[in-house]
Design a protein around this ligand. Structure first.
Ligand SMILES: [Zn+2]
Length: 298
């Protein structure tokens, strides 16, 4: 049986297990996916010297002893800024309580499971689940911003664009939250023919009425020039000028937005990046996806 099958089987057992048996399975599942501290160290300090998480200086930190009794997580001290830190400082796995629940939590999040169901499934509180989700989304926002280059800069290929607008939702915010200025949010979904995707959010100062909002406007562009809508009888042109990739991507976002019954304005960008993270890695199997997600949270 290959690794992927082992993972699937364990996951199935975990989901259907009773509360008593779940603890052990959660631990097993976490161990199966845990990223070894050596690999975390290698990824965080690419130059081979330790980078201080506070001053970002390379080579100012000295290693002394270990953080844990298993002698895996190393401790460091940065002299110039007087900071003590260890291998997991600055990562999502630093100081997480309920450590065994966290990796299964990520797996459920990848599957698009609603937060309340996740909380019930893993026997954690909905508040914890909510906090965790937002932490993950922050890491993903950073990861995706670094990953995706601006498609429009190198536009030698056809780009499919879809525009959609929404008025802000106040979901999850305090009822009289005055710090949020309401804007119409215009989202650009873009997909180029090399399979690269990009989402960008622009805030328009005035709110629009429901009728004025752009539900969808899709077009194809080449080198920044919008190509006119094609009513050609030539099959070859119709094949070339389709926009099904971006439409599909946008419909996925719409589905998530509807299922969540809106996303509060300050968080919309995070959810957009999450959606593009999922789209970016859609070809991976669940085990690979989880690994990419874990590495993105370092
Ligand atoms: Zn420092």
């Amino acid at each position: 049986m290959n690794e992927s099958n082992v993972e699937n089987l364990l996951w199935k057992q975990l989901i259907t297990a009773t509360k008593e048996k779940k603890g052990r399975l959660l631990q097993q599942f976490s161990e199966l996916h845990a990223i070894h501290v050596d690999e975390i160290r290698d990824r965080k300090h690419l130059s081979g010297d330790i980078v201080c998480p506070q001053c970002n200086e390379i080579g100012t930190s000295t290693s002394y002893g270990f953080f844990d009794s298993a002698k895996q997580r190393r401790r460091y001290f940065c002299k110039p800024c007087n900071l003590h830190f260890n291998d997991l400082t600055g990562t999502l796995f630093h100081n997480r309580k309920l450590r065994d629940h966290f990796i299964p939590f990520l797996r459920l999040m990848l599957e698009g499971t609603p937060i309340r169901t996740i909380a019930k499934e893993l026997h954690i509180s909905p508040t914890t689940a909510h906090t965790w989700r937002h932490l993950v989304l922050q890491y993903i926002e950073r990861y995706m911003t670094d990953l995706v280059a601006d498609l429009n800069v190198d536009s030698e290929v056809l780009i499919e664009t879809s525009i959609r607008e929404i008025n802000p939702s106040h979901k999850g915010l305090r009822s009289r939250c005055s710090s949020v200025v309401p804007y119409t949010q215009r989202i650009y979904f873009q997909y180029d023919r090399r399979g690269r995707i990009q989402v960008s959010l622009i805030l328009l100062d005035a709110l629009k009425t429901k009728r004025q909002l752009i539900r969808t406007d899709t077009f194809i562009s080449l080198k920044g020039r919008r190509l006119s809508h094609v009513n050609s009888s030539l099959t070859s042109q119709r094949v070339l000028h389709h926009n099904r990739n971006v439409q599909y991507f946008q419909s996925k976002f719409d589905m998530m937005y509807t299922n969540m019954r809106g996303v509060a304005q300050p968080y919309l960008n995070r959810y957009l990046h999450w959606q593009s993270f999922l789209e970016h890695h859609r070809m991976l199997n669940p085990r690979e996806k989880l690994r990419v997600l874990l590495l993105a949270c370092l």
